[in-house]
Design a protein around this ligand. Structure first.
Ligand SMILES: O=c1[nH]cnc2cc3nc(NCc4cccs4)[nH]c3cc12
Length: 372
């Protein structure tokens, strides 16, 4: 019996409030997944990540297969034990990062061979090996291997990559072998072409997946292109399966994705921006590197539910950022992840109350008014 199940709790227009039940706990959707690239959400203890409200985090197969190695993590009890995060983990297939990080990549029908960006060692990633690695990591939600191309692109190139990804989807499903204790998601490709996207969505559904990722976006296209693709494709996806928009995004991307029927998001942005001195608040983003903060005794946001937004002055946070103190990265990572969770928790409550459009309007108004 499948131990990973999605329940739709409420919907409001295209927006959905759901829950994914897994052997390691529930995931409330819309969900934001902090990225724990190499088995850690940078600068955060796992319990702090949980305290921000995260139900699930993301691990990157590319990094973990290179270092410390999938078989080594399996020998140490799997990724949950290795990093001591006992709640759900989603892993990606590794393919996207091979194309963006690895050296000397060679992509064929079989898969992709490449040299490690760390030590130059040779590696191969195929649909079958990626499923094997994610299973060795003991991930709760795993991804098919796919080919993501940057936008803009020629239609025939978008079609070639979409059709290859569909063939890899079929091989991934076969290799997955209907494991009951974890979920396998297919990934919709097709660039910004509605017909290619529809063919990809239909092809994936005829194979059958536990969830559907929307790939090929957040790869340099304007936000309105991403939103148009989302509006076109979510109605083509099964209502009773989660939709996961990969690599997205900034708060306004996430709010727009929720309004267009997306259930799951992941992005390095909140943690990476935190390490670079940018703080996300209810009123928008504030660059604490800016010298204008050096005498500002006000806290970041005295009405925030997050104590870290009330505890220190902007001058102190500015000081931590300017001096590149480790505490700066720690505090701003926590502040940004907590804000992303406030945003998705607020959206879940608004959808349940049938007021997602009011929530979206109020949220955007606060971003616009923000006197940061
Ligand atoms: O089609 C995809 N397939 C599998 N993984 C992905 C990850 C993705 N991440 C982004 N954007 C966020 C970025 C992170 C680094 C460079 S862009 N877009 C993405 C698309 C895909």
């Amino acid at each position: 019996m499948k131990q990973v199940n999605f329940s739709l709790i409420a919907s409001d227009g295209m927006a959905r409030r759901g829950r994914i039940d897994t052997p390691r706990g529930e995931i409330n959707t819309p969900a934001f997944m902090p990225v724990g690239t190499a088995g850690t959400v940078k600068a955060m203890y796992p319990e702090q990540v949980r305290e921000t409200g995260a139900d699930i985090l993301l691990g990157n197969t590319y990094h973990l297969m290179l270092r410390p190695g999938a078989e080594r993590v399996a020998g140490l009890g799997g990724l949950h034990t290795f990093m001591d995060w006992q709640r759900p983990i989603l892993t990606d297939s590794g393919g996207f990062q091979v194309m963006s990080l690895a050296k000397l990549r060679k992509l064929t029908e079989k898969g992709v061979t490449f040299k490690s960006h760390i030590d130059g060692s040779s590696h191969e990633l195929t649909p079958e090996r990626s499923i094997e690695i994610q299973t060795l990591l003991d991930s709760d939600i795993i991804m098919q291997l796919d080919e993501c191309i940057a936008l803009p692109a020629e239609r025939k190139e978008m079609e070639r990559a979409m059709e290859l990804s569909l063939r890899w989807a079929d091989r991934s499903k076969t290799a997955f072998n209907n494991q009951a204790n974890r979920a396998l998601f297919g990934i919709v490709q097709g660039g910004d072409d509605p017909e290619l996207r529809a063919r990809s969505a239909a092809g994936l559904q005829s194979i059958g997946f536990d969830g559907y990722s929307i790939g090929g976006l957040a790869v340099g296209e304007p936000q309105e292109v991403m939103f148009r693709v989302l509006s076109d494709i979510t109605p083509e996806l099964p209502w009773d399966r989660p939709r996961y928009l990969m690599g997205v995004g900034k708060p306004d991307d996430i709010l727009g994705g929720i309004e267009r029927g997306v259930d799951m998001f992941d992005c390095v942005h909140p943690t990476r921006a935190g390490r670079h001195g940018h703080a996300y608040t209810r009123f928008g983003v504030i660059n604490l590197k800016n010298a204008r903060h050096k005498d500002d005794h006000r806290p970041l946001d005295e009405a925030s539910p997050n104590p870290n937004c009330r505890r220190w002055s902007r001058a102190y946070l500015h000081h931590l950022v300017r001096t590149e103190e480790i505490l700066g990265a720690m505090v701003l990572s926590q502040i940004n992840l907590a804000y992303y969770q406030e945003l998705t928790a607020g959206a879940r409550a608004a959808i349940e109350a049938g007021r997602i459009s009011d929530f979206a309007a109020e949220t955007r108004a606060a971003w616009a008014a923000g006197d940061l």
